[in-house]
Design a protein around this ligand. Structure first.
Ligand SMILES: Cc1cc2nc3c(=O)[nH]c(=O)nc-3n(C[C@H](O)[C@H](O)[C@H](O)COP(=O)(O)OP(=O)(O)OC[C@H]3O[C@@H](n4cnc5c(N)ncnc54)[C@H](O)[C@@H]3O)c2cc1C
Length: 451
Protein backbone atom coordinates (compact mmCIF):
# COMPACT_ATOMS: atom_id res chain seq x y z
CA UNK A 1 0.00 0.00 0.00
CA UNK A 2 1.29 3.47 -0.84
CA UNK A 3 0.08 6.57 0.91
CA UNK A 4 0.53 9.03 -1.94
CA UNK A 5 -2.03 11.72 -2.64
CA UNK A 6 -3.55 11.21 -6.13
CA UNK A 7 -2.98 14.14 -8.51
CA UNK A 8 -6.68 14.70 -9.26
CA UNK A 9 -7.57 14.87 -5.58
CA UNK A 10 -9.17 18.29 -5.53
CA UNK A 11 -10.93 17.97 -8.87
CA UNK A 12 -14.63 18.85 -8.91
CA UNK A 13 -17.05 16.77 -10.93
CA UNK A 14 -20.76 16.17 -11.36
CA UNK A 15 -23.76 18.46 -11.29
CA UNK A 16 -25.37 20.00 -8.22
CA UNK A 17 -28.45 18.27 -6.80
CA UNK A 18 -31.00 18.89 -4.08
CA UNK A 19 -30.69 17.50 -0.57
CA UNK A 20 -32.41 14.31 0.51
CA UNK A 21 -33.14 13.32 4.08
CA UNK A 22 -34.26 9.72 3.73
CA UNK A 23 -32.94 7.07 1.48
CA UNK A 24 -34.49 3.99 -0.11
CA UNK A 25 -33.11 1.34 -2.40
CA UNK A 26 -34.20 0.53 -5.98
CA UNK A 27 -36.76 -2.03 -4.89
CA UNK A 28 -38.18 0.43 -2.37
CA UNK A 29 -38.19 -2.10 0.48
CA UNK A 30 -35.16 -0.74 2.35
CA UNK A 31 -35.17 2.74 3.81
CA UNK A 32 -33.10 4.60 6.33
CA UNK A 33 -33.07 8.05 7.89
CA UNK A 34 -29.43 8.90 8.53
CA UNK A 35 -28.49 11.80 10.73
CA UNK A 36 -26.94 13.30 7.56
CA UNK A 37 -26.74 12.52 3.87
CA UNK A 38 -23.57 13.99 2.43
CA UNK A 39 -22.83 14.62 -1.21
CA UNK A 40 -19.20 15.77 -1.40
CA UNK A 41 -17.99 17.54 -4.53
CA UNK A 42 -14.27 16.96 -4.09
CA UNK A 43 -12.13 14.26 -2.54
CA UNK A 44 -10.81 16.86 -0.05
CA UNK A 45 -14.40 17.48 1.07
CA UNK A 46 -14.99 13.73 1.27
CA UNK A 47 -11.91 13.07 3.37
CA UNK A 48 -12.68 15.95 5.77
CA UNK A 49 -16.23 14.77 6.33
CA UNK A 50 -15.16 11.16 6.90
CA UNK A 51 -12.46 12.25 9.38
CA UNK A 52 -14.91 14.51 11.24
CA UNK A 53 -17.73 11.91 11.33
CA UNK A 54 -15.49 9.14 12.64
CA UNK A 55 -13.77 11.42 15.19
CA UNK A 56 -17.20 12.48 16.48
CA UNK A 57 -18.46 8.88 16.52
CA UNK A 58 -21.49 9.81 14.45
CA UNK A 59 -22.53 6.24 13.79
CA UNK A 60 -21.73 3.99 10.86
CA UNK A 61 -20.44 5.83 7.81
CA UNK A 62 -21.84 4.16 4.71
CA UNK A 63 -21.67 4.92 1.02
CA UNK A 64 -24.52 4.47 -1.39
CA UNK A 65 -23.78 3.92 -5.07
CA UNK A 66 -26.97 3.56 -7.11
CA UNK A 67 -28.87 1.76 -4.32
CA UNK A 68 -29.33 -1.33 -6.47
CA UNK A 69 -28.55 -3.86 -3.77
CA UNK A 70 -31.24 -5.88 -2.05
CA UNK A 71 -31.39 -6.13 1.74
CA UNK A 72 -29.89 -3.78 4.32
CA UNK A 73 -26.29 -3.57 3.11
CA UNK A 74 -26.28 0.22 2.61
CA UNK A 75 -28.50 1.67 5.36
CA UNK A 76 -27.25 3.55 8.40
CA UNK A 77 -28.62 5.76 11.17
CA UNK A 78 -25.26 7.56 11.00
CA UNK A 79 -23.77 9.29 7.96
CA UNK A 80 -24.70 8.24 4.44
CA UNK A 81 -22.47 9.43 1.61
CA UNK A 82 -23.46 9.62 -2.03
CA UNK A 83 -20.66 10.05 -4.55
CA UNK A 84 -22.95 11.15 -7.36
CA UNK A 85 -20.89 14.35 -7.68
CA UNK A 86 -17.66 12.41 -7.99
CA UNK A 87 -18.11 11.00 -11.47
CA UNK A 88 -16.18 11.03 -14.72
CA UNK A 89 -13.01 9.87 -16.43
CA UNK A 90 -9.90 11.05 -14.57
CA UNK A 91 -7.14 9.47 -16.63
CA UNK A 92 -6.66 7.07 -19.51
CA UNK A 93 -3.43 5.35 -20.50
CA UNK A 94 -3.39 4.26 -24.14
CA UNK A 95 -0.53 1.81 -23.75
CA UNK A 96 -1.89 -0.22 -20.82
CA UNK A 97 -5.58 0.45 -21.49
CA UNK A 98 -5.98 1.51 -17.85
CA UNK A 99 -8.84 3.95 -17.28
CA UNK A 100 -9.23 5.78 -13.97
CA UNK A 101 -12.70 6.94 -13.08
CA UNK A 102 -14.20 8.70 -10.09
CA UNK A 103 -15.94 6.09 -7.95
CA UNK A 104 -19.46 7.49 -8.30
CA UNK A 105 -19.40 7.09 -12.10
CA UNK A 106 -22.36 4.99 -13.24
CA UNK A 107 -21.68 2.07 -15.56
CA UNK A 108 -23.64 3.65 -18.42
CA UNK A 109 -21.48 6.79 -18.07
CA UNK A 110 -18.35 4.63 -17.98
CA UNK A 111 -19.41 2.82 -21.16
CA UNK A 112 -19.94 6.14 -22.95
CA UNK A 113 -16.57 7.50 -21.77
CA UNK A 114 -14.77 4.35 -22.89
CA UNK A 115 -16.55 4.40 -26.26
CA UNK A 116 -14.92 7.78 -26.89
CA UNK A 117 -11.44 6.27 -26.62
CA UNK A 118 -12.33 3.03 -28.43
CA UNK A 119 -12.28 0.92 -25.25
CA UNK A 120 -14.73 -1.18 -23.26
CA UNK A 121 -15.16 -3.33 -20.17
CA UNK A 122 -14.49 -6.98 -21.03
CA UNK A 123 -17.78 -8.05 -19.44
CA UNK A 124 -20.78 -6.45 -17.74
CA UNK A 125 -23.90 -7.48 -15.85
CA UNK A 126 -27.42 -7.15 -17.20
CA UNK A 127 -28.08 -3.52 -16.19
CA UNK A 128 -25.85 -0.47 -16.46
CA UNK A 129 -27.03 1.93 -13.77
CA UNK A 130 -24.85 0.84 -10.85
CA UNK A 131 -21.91 2.96 -9.75
CA UNK A 132 -18.46 1.59 -10.53
CA UNK A 133 -17.54 1.32 -6.82
CA UNK A 134 -20.90 -0.14 -5.80
CA UNK A 135 -20.76 -2.78 -8.52
CA UNK A 136 -17.24 -3.95 -7.69
CA UNK A 137 -17.84 -3.86 -3.91
CA UNK A 138 -20.36 -6.74 -4.10
CA UNK A 139 -18.55 -8.62 -6.94
CA UNK A 140 -21.23 -7.80 -9.50
CA UNK A 141 -20.84 -10.11 -12.47
CA UNK A 142 -22.12 -10.86 -15.95
CA UNK A 143 -21.86 -14.22 -17.65
CA UNK A 144 -18.93 -15.91 -19.41
CA UNK A 145 -17.19 -19.01 -18.12
CA UNK A 146 -13.78 -17.59 -19.03
CA UNK A 147 -14.43 -14.09 -17.65
CA UNK A 148 -14.23 -12.88 -14.07
CA UNK A 149 -16.63 -10.62 -12.20
CA UNK A 150 -16.33 -6.84 -12.55
CA UNK A 151 -13.96 -6.51 -9.58
CA UNK A 152 -11.35 -8.62 -11.41
CA UNK A 153 -11.01 -5.69 -13.83
CA UNK A 154 -9.85 -3.38 -11.01
CA UNK A 155 -6.13 -2.62 -11.18
CA UNK A 156 -5.97 -0.14 -8.31
CA UNK A 157 -8.18 2.18 -6.31
CA UNK A 158 -8.07 5.19 -4.00
CA UNK A 159 -9.66 4.71 -0.60
CA UNK A 160 -10.55 7.25 2.09
CA UNK A 161 -10.08 5.51 5.43
CA UNK A 162 -11.65 6.38 8.78
CA UNK A 163 -9.05 9.02 9.71
CA UNK A 164 -9.69 10.80 6.41
CA UNK A 165 -6.44 9.81 4.74
CA UNK A 166 -6.54 8.91 1.05
CA UNK A 167 -4.58 5.80 0.17
CA UNK A 168 -3.78 4.47 -3.26
CA UNK A 169 -4.12 0.70 -3.10
CA UNK A 170 -2.46 -1.09 -5.96
CA UNK A 171 -0.96 -4.30 -4.65
CA UNK A 172 -0.92 -7.20 -2.22
CA UNK A 173 -3.45 -8.12 0.45
CA UNK A 174 -4.84 -4.56 0.53
CA UNK A 175 -5.92 -4.77 -3.10
CA UNK A 176 -7.20 -8.35 -2.72
CA UNK A 177 -9.32 -7.14 0.20
CA UNK A 178 -10.45 -3.82 -1.26
CA UNK A 179 -11.81 -5.03 -4.59
CA UNK A 180 -14.80 -6.75 -2.94
CA UNK A 181 -15.28 -5.12 0.46
CA UNK A 182 -18.98 -4.20 0.99
CA UNK A 183 -17.95 -0.67 1.96
CA UNK A 184 -16.33 -2.08 5.11
CA UNK A 185 -12.82 -0.70 4.58
CA UNK A 186 -13.59 2.92 3.77
CA UNK A 187 -14.87 5.06 0.93
CA UNK A 188 -13.51 4.25 -2.51
CA UNK A 189 -13.11 7.53 -4.37
CA UNK A 190 -11.44 6.44 -7.61
CA UNK A 191 -10.98 3.17 -9.46
CA UNK A 192 -8.50 2.23 -12.18
CA UNK A 193 -9.86 -0.42 -14.50
CA UNK A 194 -8.24 -2.65 -17.08
CA UNK A 195 -10.16 -2.01 -20.29
CA UNK A 196 -10.12 -3.88 -23.61
CA UNK A 197 -10.52 -2.65 -27.20
CA UNK A 198 -14.21 -2.02 -27.86
CA UNK A 199 -16.06 -4.86 -29.58
CA UNK A 200 -19.36 -5.86 -31.11
CA UNK A 201 -21.40 -8.85 -30.00
CA UNK A 202 -23.60 -11.20 -31.97
CA UNK A 203 -26.53 -11.90 -29.65
CA UNK A 204 -28.91 -14.80 -30.14
CA UNK A 205 -31.94 -15.37 -27.91
CA UNK A 206 -33.68 -18.70 -28.35
CA UNK A 207 -35.94 -21.13 -26.53
CA UNK A 208 -34.68 -24.68 -25.81
CA UNK A 209 -36.01 -27.59 -23.77
CA UNK A 210 -34.79 -27.09 -20.20
CA UNK A 211 -33.54 -30.66 -19.76
CA UNK A 212 -31.54 -30.48 -23.01
CA UNK A 213 -30.05 -27.17 -21.85
CA UNK A 214 -29.01 -28.64 -18.50
CA UNK A 215 -27.45 -31.70 -20.14
CA UNK A 216 -25.50 -29.56 -22.65
CA UNK A 217 -24.35 -26.80 -20.26
CA UNK A 218 -20.64 -27.64 -20.60
CA UNK A 219 -20.89 -27.40 -24.36
CA UNK A 220 -22.85 -24.13 -24.33
CA UNK A 221 -20.52 -22.45 -21.86
CA UNK A 222 -17.48 -23.71 -23.74
CA UNK A 223 -18.38 -22.67 -27.28
CA UNK A 224 -19.92 -19.32 -26.36
CA UNK A 225 -18.08 -16.38 -24.83
CA UNK A 226 -21.23 -15.47 -22.89
CA UNK A 227 -24.02 -17.94 -22.22
CA UNK A 228 -26.93 -17.67 -19.80
CA UNK A 229 -30.46 -18.89 -19.47
CA UNK A 230 -33.69 -18.16 -17.64
CA UNK A 231 -36.23 -20.82 -16.69
CA UNK A 232 -39.71 -20.11 -15.34
CA UNK A 233 -40.98 -22.54 -12.69
CA UNK A 234 -43.78 -24.82 -13.96
CA UNK A 235 -42.39 -24.80 -17.52
CA UNK A 236 -39.99 -27.17 -19.24
CA UNK A 237 -38.29 -24.57 -21.41
CA UNK A 238 -35.09 -22.53 -21.02
CA UNK A 239 -34.79 -19.08 -22.56
CA UNK A 240 -31.17 -19.07 -23.69
CA UNK A 241 -28.96 -16.11 -24.58
CA UNK A 242 -25.58 -16.41 -26.29
CA UNK A 243 -23.33 -13.41 -26.98
CA UNK A 244 -20.19 -13.80 -29.06
CA UNK A 245 -17.74 -11.27 -30.45
CA UNK A 246 -18.06 -10.53 -34.15
CA UNK A 247 -16.67 -8.26 -36.84
CA UNK A 248 -20.06 -8.19 -38.57
CA UNK A 249 -21.63 -4.77 -38.96
CA UNK A 250 -24.26 -3.74 -36.42
CA UNK A 251 -27.74 -5.16 -36.98
CA UNK A 252 -29.86 -3.56 -34.34
CA UNK A 253 -33.56 -3.46 -33.60
CA UNK A 254 -35.27 -0.37 -34.95
CA UNK A 255 -36.56 2.14 -32.42
CA UNK A 256 -40.09 0.75 -32.64
CA UNK A 257 -38.91 -2.88 -32.36
CA UNK A 258 -36.73 -2.11 -29.34
CA UNK A 259 -39.55 -0.18 -27.70
CA UNK A 260 -41.88 -3.15 -28.25
CA UNK A 261 -39.34 -5.74 -27.05
CA UNK A 262 -37.58 -3.94 -24.19
CA UNK A 263 -40.19 -1.50 -22.91
CA UNK A 264 -43.45 -3.25 -23.68
CA UNK A 265 -42.67 -6.99 -23.61
CA UNK A 266 -39.77 -7.20 -21.12
CA UNK A 267 -41.16 -4.59 -18.73
CA UNK A 268 -44.80 -3.51 -19.18
CA UNK A 269 -46.20 -6.91 -20.15
CA UNK A 270 -44.03 -8.69 -17.59
CA UNK A 271 -45.29 -6.25 -14.96
CA UNK A 272 -48.93 -6.84 -15.94
CA UNK A 273 -48.48 -10.60 -15.98
CA UNK A 274 -46.70 -10.43 -12.60
CA UNK A 275 -49.54 -8.35 -11.16
CA UNK A 276 -52.02 -10.92 -12.45
CA UNK A 277 -49.99 -13.69 -10.79
CA UNK A 278 -49.84 -11.77 -7.52
CA UNK A 279 -53.63 -11.36 -7.58
CA UNK A 280 -54.43 -14.91 -8.77
CA UNK A 281 -51.54 -17.12 -7.58
CA UNK A 282 -53.24 -20.30 -8.78
CA UNK A 283 -52.83 -18.96 -12.33
CA UNK A 284 -49.03 -18.57 -12.04
CA UNK A 285 -48.14 -21.85 -13.80
CA UNK A 286 -50.33 -20.87 -16.77
CA UNK A 287 -48.94 -17.32 -16.82
CA UNK A 288 -45.36 -18.61 -16.69
CA UNK A 289 -46.04 -20.85 -19.70
CA UNK A 290 -47.57 -17.88 -21.50
CA UNK A 291 -44.55 -15.63 -20.86
CA UNK A 292 -42.20 -18.41 -21.95
CA UNK A 293 -44.12 -18.80 -25.23
CA UNK A 294 -44.13 -15.01 -25.77
CA UNK A 295 -40.33 -14.81 -25.41
CA UNK A 296 -39.04 -13.26 -28.61
CA UNK A 297 -36.31 -15.23 -30.35
CA UNK A 298 -33.90 -12.61 -31.72
CA UNK A 299 -30.64 -12.36 -33.57
CA UNK A 300 -28.79 -9.04 -33.54
CA UNK A 301 -25.35 -7.42 -33.59
CA UNK A 302 -24.46 -4.33 -31.58
CA UNK A 303 -21.74 -2.67 -29.50
CA UNK A 304 -20.96 -4.96 -26.53
CA UNK A 305 -22.32 -2.78 -23.74
CA UNK A 306 -25.59 -2.24 -25.61
CA UNK A 307 -26.10 -5.99 -25.83
CA UNK A 308 -25.13 -6.66 -22.21
CA UNK A 309 -27.49 -4.23 -20.55
CA UNK A 310 -31.27 -4.22 -20.45
CA UNK A 311 -33.82 -1.94 -18.88
CA UNK A 312 -35.30 -3.39 -15.68
CA UNK A 313 -38.39 -1.48 -14.59
CA UNK A 314 -40.30 -4.33 -12.97
CA UNK A 315 -39.53 -4.29 -9.24
CA UNK A 316 -38.58 -7.47 -7.37
CA UNK A 317 -36.35 -8.79 -4.62
CA UNK A 318 -33.69 -11.40 -5.15
CA UNK A 319 -31.21 -13.98 -3.87
CA UNK A 320 -28.32 -15.23 -5.95
CA UNK A 321 -25.91 -18.04 -5.17
CA UNK A 322 -22.48 -18.87 -6.58
CA UNK A 323 -22.14 -22.66 -6.76
CA UNK A 324 -19.49 -24.84 -8.40
CA UNK A 325 -20.30 -24.74 -12.13
CA UNK A 326 -20.88 -28.48 -12.38
CA UNK A 327 -23.54 -28.25 -9.63
CA UNK A 328 -25.79 -25.99 -11.72
CA UNK A 329 -28.00 -28.69 -13.31
CA UNK A 330 -28.64 -30.39 -9.97
CA UNK A 331 -29.40 -27.08 -8.25
CA UNK A 332 -31.88 -25.99 -10.95
CA UNK A 333 -33.68 -29.37 -10.87
CA UNK A 334 -33.87 -29.30 -7.09
CA UNK A 335 -35.16 -25.72 -6.97
CA UNK A 336 -37.93 -26.59 -9.41
CA UNK A 337 -38.82 -29.63 -7.32
CA UNK A 338 -38.87 -27.57 -4.07
CA UNK A 339 -41.10 -24.94 -5.71
CA UNK A 340 -43.54 -27.70 -6.74
CA UNK A 341 -43.46 -29.63 -3.47
CA UNK A 342 -43.80 -26.62 -1.19
CA UNK A 343 -46.29 -24.86 -3.47
CA UNK A 344 -44.39 -21.57 -3.71
CA UNK A 345 -46.05 -19.02 -5.98
CA UNK A 346 -43.12 -17.93 -8.15
CA UNK A 347 -43.78 -15.87 -11.23
CA UNK A 348 -40.18 -14.89 -11.95
CA UNK A 349 -37.62 -17.15 -13.64
CA UNK A 350 -34.42 -18.60 -12.24
CA UNK A 351 -31.48 -16.93 -13.96
CA UNK A 352 -28.35 -19.02 -14.51
CA UNK A 353 -24.97 -17.49 -15.39
CA UNK A 354 -21.32 -18.54 -15.42
CA UNK A 355 -18.16 -16.87 -14.10
CA UNK A 356 -14.46 -17.80 -14.21
CA UNK A 357 -12.56 -18.76 -11.05
CA UNK A 358 -11.33 -15.70 -9.14
CA UNK A 359 -8.04 -15.30 -7.34
CA UNK A 360 -8.16 -11.50 -7.22
CA UNK A 361 -10.49 -10.74 -4.28
CA UNK A 362 -10.53 -12.54 -0.93
CA UNK A 363 -14.32 -12.18 -0.69
CA UNK A 364 -15.19 -13.07 -4.26
CA UNK A 365 -18.03 -15.64 -4.35
CA UNK A 366 -16.29 -17.23 -7.35
CA UNK A 367 -13.02 -17.54 -5.41
CA UNK A 368 -11.00 -20.50 -6.65
CA UNK A 369 -13.61 -22.36 -8.66
CA UNK A 370 -15.50 -22.41 -11.96
CA UNK A 371 -18.76 -20.87 -10.87
CA UNK A 372 -22.38 -20.86 -11.83
CA UNK A 373 -24.52 -18.09 -10.34
CA UNK A 374 -28.17 -19.04 -9.86
CA UNK A 375 -30.61 -16.26 -9.04
CA UNK A 376 -34.15 -16.50 -7.66
CA UNK A 377 -36.51 -13.53 -7.67
CA UNK A 378 -39.87 -12.60 -6.18
CA UNK A 379 -42.13 -9.91 -7.60
CA UNK A 380 -42.67 -6.86 -5.36
CA UNK A 381 -45.50 -7.16 -2.89
CA UNK A 382 -45.43 -10.97 -2.86
CA UNK A 383 -44.26 -13.07 0.05
CA UNK A 384 -40.59 -13.63 -0.63
CA UNK A 385 -38.99 -14.84 2.59
CA UNK A 386 -40.11 -18.50 2.79
CA UNK A 387 -39.17 -18.98 -0.87
CA UNK A 388 -35.77 -17.31 -0.64
CA UNK A 389 -35.02 -19.20 2.59
CA UNK A 390 -35.83 -22.47 0.81
CA UNK A 391 -33.54 -21.38 -2.05
CA UNK A 392 -30.81 -20.79 0.52
CA UNK A 393 -31.13 -24.36 1.82
CA UNK A 394 -30.77 -25.80 -1.67
CA UNK A 395 -27.82 -23.50 -2.39
CA UNK A 396 -26.06 -24.47 0.84
CA UNK A 397 -26.51 -28.14 -0.05
CA UNK A 398 -24.66 -27.28 -3.27
CA UNK A 399 -21.81 -25.50 -1.45
CA UNK A 400 -23.16 -22.09 -2.45
CA UNK A 401 -21.74 -18.70 -1.56
CA UNK A 402 -24.16 -15.79 -1.70
CA UNK A 403 -24.00 -12.69 -3.90
CA UNK A 404 -23.07 -9.96 -1.39
CA UNK A 405 -25.57 -7.48 -2.83
CA UNK A 406 -28.58 -9.80 -2.59
CA UNK A 407 -30.61 -11.48 0.16
CA UNK A 408 -28.99 -14.49 1.81
CA UNK A 409 -29.70 -14.64 5.60
CA UNK A 410 -26.19 -15.92 6.45
CA UNK A 411 -24.03 -14.70 9.32
CA UNK A 412 -20.28 -14.23 9.62
CA UNK A 413 -19.96 -17.57 11.45
CA UNK A 414 -21.58 -19.36 8.50
CA UNK A 415 -19.76 -17.35 5.84
CA UNK A 416 -16.21 -17.49 7.21
CA UNK A 417 -15.64 -21.22 6.46
CA UNK A 418 -16.70 -20.63 2.86
CA UNK A 419 -13.85 -18.19 2.24
CA UNK A 420 -10.32 -19.66 2.53
CA UNK A 421 -8.80 -16.16 2.81
CA UNK A 422 -11.40 -14.74 5.23
CA UNK A 423 -8.80 -13.97 7.91
CA UNK A 424 -6.55 -12.11 5.46
CA UNK A 425 -9.53 -9.90 4.59
CA UNK A 426 -10.18 -9.28 8.29
CA UNK A 427 -6.52 -8.37 8.84
CA UNK A 428 -6.76 -5.60 6.22
CA UNK A 429 -10.11 -4.50 7.67
CA UNK A 430 -8.60 -4.14 11.15
CA UNK A 431 -5.76 -2.04 9.73
CA UNK A 432 -7.97 0.30 7.72
CA UNK A 433 -10.92 0.59 10.09
CA UNK A 434 -9.74 -0.37 13.60
CA UNK A 435 -12.79 1.17 15.29
CA UNK A 436 -15.48 -0.16 12.95
CA UNK A 437 -16.50 3.27 11.61
CA UNK A 438 -17.86 1.63 8.43
CA UNK A 439 -19.61 -1.29 10.16
CA UNK A 440 -23.40 -0.98 9.99
CA UNK A 441 -25.77 -3.72 11.22
CA UNK A 442 -25.51 -5.63 7.96
CA UNK A 443 -21.72 -5.57 7.86
CA UNK A 444 -21.57 -6.55 11.53
CA UNK A 445 -23.85 -9.50 10.82
CA UNK A 446 -22.12 -10.80 7.68
CA UNK A 447 -18.47 -9.89 8.36
CA UNK A 448 -18.54 -9.78 12.16
CA UNK A 449 -17.37 -6.99 14.42
CA UNK A 450 -13.80 -5.74 14.52
CA UNK A 451 -12.03 -8.23 16.80
C1 LIG B 1 -32.44 -4.62 -11.50
C2 LIG B 1 -31.11 -5.13 -10.96
C3 LIG B 1 -30.28 -5.85 -11.79
C4 LIG B 1 -29.06 -6.35 -11.30
N1 LIG B 1 -28.25 -7.06 -12.14
C5 LIG B 1 -27.11 -7.62 -11.66
C6 LIG B 1 -26.25 -8.41 -12.50
O1 LIG B 1 -26.48 -8.55 -13.70
N2 LIG B 1 -25.17 -8.99 -11.92
C7 LIG B 1 -24.88 -8.85 -10.59
O2 LIG B 1 -23.90 -9.44 -10.12
N3 LIG B 1 -25.64 -8.07 -9.79
C8 LIG B 1 -26.73 -7.45 -10.29
N4 LIG B 1 -27.50 -6.66 -9.48
C9 LIG B 1 -26.98 -6.34 -8.13
C10 LIG B 1 -26.11 -5.07 -8.15
O3 LIG B 1 -25.23 -5.07 -9.24
C11 LIG B 1 -25.27 -4.99 -6.89
O4 LIG B 1 -26.06 -5.07 -5.75
C12 LIG B 1 -24.40 -3.72 -6.86
O5 LIG B 1 -23.59 -3.76 -5.72
C13 LIG B 1 -25.24 -2.44 -6.88
O6 LIG B 1 -24.41 -1.34 -7.17
P1 LIG B 1 -24.79 0.09 -6.60
O7 LIG B 1 -23.91 1.10 -7.24
O8 LIG B 1 -26.24 0.29 -6.66
O9 LIG B 1 -24.29 -0.08 -5.09
P2 LIG B 1 -25.14 0.03 -3.76
O10 LIG B 1 -26.19 -1.00 -3.77
O11 LIG B 1 -25.53 1.42 -3.52
O12 LIG B 1 -24.01 -0.40 -2.70
C14 LIG B 1 -23.50 -1.72 -2.71
C15 LIG B 1 -22.35 -1.82 -1.72
O13 LIG B 1 -21.23 -1.07 -2.21
C16 LIG B 1 -20.82 -0.13 -1.23
N5 LIG B 1 -20.32 1.04 -1.93
C17 LIG B 1 -20.93 1.76 -2.89
N6 LIG B 1 -20.12 2.77 -3.29
C18 LIG B 1 -19.00 2.68 -2.54
C19 LIG B 1 -17.81 3.45 -2.44
N7 LIG B 1 -17.60 4.50 -3.23
N8 LIG B 1 -16.88 3.08 -1.55
C20 LIG B 1 -17.07 2.01 -0.73
N9 LIG B 1 -18.17 1.26 -0.78
C21 LIG B 1 -19.13 1.58 -1.67
C22 LIG B 1 -22.07 0.14 -0.42
O14 LIG B 1 -21.75 0.66 0.85
C23 LIG B 1 -22.65 -1.25 -0.35
O15 LIG B 1 -21.97 -2.00 0.62
C24 LIG B 1 -28.68 -6.11 -9.94
C25 LIG B 1 -29.53 -5.36 -9.11
C26 LIG B 1 -30.74 -4.88 -9.61
C27 LIG B 1 -31.64 -4.08 -8.72
Amino acid sequence: MTNKKPAWLSQRSGPAAGDISTWSNWTGDQTCSPRRIERPRTVDELSSLVAAASAAGEGPIRVVGAGHSFGDIVGTPGVLISLDHLAGLLAYDEVSGHATVAAGTRLFQLNGLLDEVGRAMANLGDINVQSVAGAMSTATHGTGARLGNLATQVVSLDLVTADGSVRTIDDGDELMAARVSLGALGVICAVTLQTVPSFRLHAVDERRPLEETLLRLDEFTDVNEHFEFWAFPHTNQALCRTNNRTDDPARVRGKVASFVTETVLENKVLDLVSQAGRRFPSQIPRLNRLVTRAFSETDRVDVGHQIFSSVRDVKFTESEWAVPADAAPSMVRELFSVIDKRGFDVNFPLEVRFVAPDTESFLSPSWGRDTSYIAAHMYRGMEWEPYLRAVREVALAHDGRPHWGKRHFLTAAELAPKYPEWERFQGVRRTFDPNGAFTNDHVGRVLGGIA
